[in-house]
Design a protein around this ligand. Structure first.
Ligand SMILES: [Zn+2]
Length: 85
């Protein structure tokens, strides 16, 4: 099992969904099993995944027109995510 520190460092330096699977899987398992950092990192990962899923749907044109985020709004979300970390 990887260490809490490694999870924190990876999440601080990378977007969860941009990591290769061989780094995501041990992190995912750690976050699910670790009481210490699980609660906090689970929120970060879920939020990043949520934004990622949303952006994918938007690119695919599956989001209603009135729900589209402006570029400024996307930037604000990205900045908020970076501050969280
Ligand atoms: Zn941990």
């Amino acid at each position: 099992m990887i260490a809490c520190k490694q999870v924190a460092k990876a999440l601080a330096n990378h977007r969860y969904y941009e990591l290769p699977w061989w780094r995501r899987i041990p992190m995912f398992i750690h976050i699910r099993l670790c009481v210490m950092c699980g609660k906090y990192h689970r929120q970060v990962v879920d939020m990043q995944k949520g934004v990622h899923d949303y952006l994918q749907h938007e690119e695919a044109g599956e989001v209603e027109a009135h729900l589209h985020l402006s570029e400024a709004a996307k930037k604000r979300i990205e900045q908020a995510l970076e501050q969280k970390q």
